[in-house]
Design a protein around this ligand. Structure first.
Ligand SMILES: [Fe+2]
Ligand SMILES: [Fe+2]
Length: 135
């Protein structure tokens, strides 16, 4: 069973950004599968690295839209993105140092972070994006 699944309530009303969130959700699930597989270690390392790159790309685009519409919550939002990047970067580094074992706790941290971030933080820009015609 996936640790996290897309739900319509996660939609921010912008197809591009929903697509990014869907991809991040599937990467967390891939990580979970890799953790439980035999050749997990190599795969875990690769997925963590890809997830870090993908999250950065997503955050950059999302922040671009927020700047474009002069969203006032940008700074706090930006800090949350930065915290995630730091966490993922730390994971990446540890995964490259051998002896690394990915725990279910980390998987849950990632999925809980994403869920909470989309529902509580990303959702806050939705009314302004709608008003400004970002879709
Ligand atoms: Fe965000
Ligand atoms: Fe987002």
């Amino acid at each position: 069973m996936p640790v996290i699944s897309w739900k319509d309530e996660y939609s921010v009303g912008v197809a591009e950004l929903d697509g990014h969130h869907k991809k991040l959700i599937s990467m967390i699930n891939e990580l979970h599968l890799a953790m439980n597989s035999d050749r997990g270690q190599r795969l875990v390392k690769t997925i963590i690295s890809e997830m870090l790159d993908y999250a950065r790309m997503h955050f950059e685009i999302e922040e671009g839209y927020m700047r474009q519409v002069e969203y006032l919550g940008l700074l706090g939002h930006y800090r949350e993105h930065e915290n995630f990047v730091n966490k993922a970067r730390d994971l990446k580094q540890r995964s490259e140092e051998g002896e690394f074992v990915l725990s279910l706790e980390v998987i849950h941290f990632l999925s809980d972070w994403l869920k909470k971030h989309i529902l509580e933080t990303d959702m806050k820009y939705v009314p302004l994006f709608k008003e400004k015609g970002i879709r």
